[in-house]
Design a protein around this ligand. Structure first.
Ligand code: I3S
Length: 168
């Protein structure tokens, strides 16, 4: 993850591949479009990556294979549009590819201040392990991972972040 000297006390410094879709944007319902995105929690912002470029090391590729296979398998099973493999292998924690460098641009960013996070009810999605995130700006997102420990960690991190920044 990118380091954040500006936010030494926040619990929020986390990254990984998650499935995500918007369901509401600026208060208006939008059509679901599940995609797997490199996701970074940084301070009170949650950033989702677009395409990447840059170099990739073999260590990085080998390190990414289990997660890549799992993500592709889950994308196939749950009709989520997978990202090209290079998106995963370029975006491992500890690698140079991070938001703020010129290798990875956020596709969109949400401000978590004043937002809410809860486990999504069944009527929001047929998938399991789905988090519903609502922002103060009227954007609602569903965030999902097939791996329950992964999504539970994200749930905890997002909740802590929202609580930490509640009065800003
Ligand atoms: O809430 P919905 O409309 O049942 O969500 C599903 C649809 O968006 C579907 O797309 P199409 O309506 O274009 O066929 C997606 O493929 C599904 O993944 C959505 O449902 P889940 O339950 O996976 O969020």
């Amino acid at each position: 993850c990118p380091s954040s000297p500006k936010h030494p006390l926040t619990p929020s410094e986390k990254c990984g591949v998650l499935n995500v879709t918007k369901i509401t944007e600026n208060g208006k319902k939008v059509r679901k479009n599940w995609t797997s995105s490199w996701t970074v929690l940084q301070g009170s912002s949650l950033l989702f990556a677009k395409g990447q470029g840059g170099s990739t090391s073999w260590v990085c590729i080998l390190d990414s294979i289990p997660e890549l296979l799992l993500t592709l398998l889950s994308s196939w099973k749950h009709s989520v549009k997978p990202r090209p493999a290079v998106s995963y292998v370029n975006c491992r924690p500890g690698q140079a590819a991070a938001f703020g460098s010129n290798q990875s641009k956020p596709e969109f960013t949400v401000d978590l201040r004043g937002g809410t996070v809860e486990w999504a009810s069944k009527d929001k999605s047929s998938k399991k392990h789905v988090i519903e995130l609502k922002t103060r700006q009227g954007t609602e997102l569903l965030i999902q991972s097939e791996i329950d420990s992964v999504i539970s960690d994200w749930y905890r991190a997002l909740t802590e972040t929202i609580n930490t920044h509640a009065w800003e």
